[in-house]
Write a protein that binds this ligand. Sequence first.
Ligand SMILES: Cc1cn([C@H]2C[C@H](O)[C@@H](COP(=O)(O)OP(=O)(O)OP(=O)(O)O)O2)c(=O)[nH]c1=O
Length: 196
Amino acid sequence: MTGAAQLILASASPRRRELLAQIGIACRVCMVDVDEALRPGEAPEAYVRRLALDKARAGWRRCGSGGNGPALGADTAVVLNGRIFGKPVEAEAAREMLAALSGRTHEVLTAVAVVRGAEEVEALSRSRVTLRRIAPAEASAYGASGEPLDKAGGYAIQGFGAVFVEHLDGSYSGVMGLPLYETAQMLAGLGIGLPA
Ligand SMILES: Cc1cn([C@H]2C[C@H](O)[C@@H](COP(=O)(O)OP(=O)(O)OP(=O)(O)O)O2)c(=O)[nH]c1=O
């Protein structure tokens, strides 16, 4: 990272911090609380974009003083036939999600927003992921393993869940929660990271 300003990461996700570190960008985590309820009629793309922007704006408002910033927010959703799969709240919900995703191709949308005062930039990463057929006993065991619990769609491509991923067309880091190609482009435009 160049310059004195430190990037604010408006996210509790350890994956997002690790992904930024992977491309040499240090950040300061700023916990924010935004309304994550889906609005009536809101399309998946609009939903993740709204949440990423709300998180980044909240991060900027909360932690963007004293020369810190810009603030980055992101949001990831798994989408099958227009239905959004968020983070399962318990093992049974994870099992149900895996059963629904088994043997099918879904989309993973990750929106990223970077905010510095009135300056706001956004990007959307869209990946297609095919999971192999998952036997009911496997879905139960994986659901109970705990790994799916804080992951959209109930699986982790970077964890044991990789054994289910037959095909990925898109961004591996995007599926993990922060698309690094798009993120690096956005941050470079703001003078953070490698020169554009
Ligand atoms: C599909 C998939 C999702 N995920 C994760 C990425 C995100 O952290 C999470 C989706 O939840 P998000 O609501 O996007 O993010 P979060 O709750 O983890 O963090 P915050 O709202 O504070 O920014 O799912 C994986 O880690 N691996 C995967 O393969």
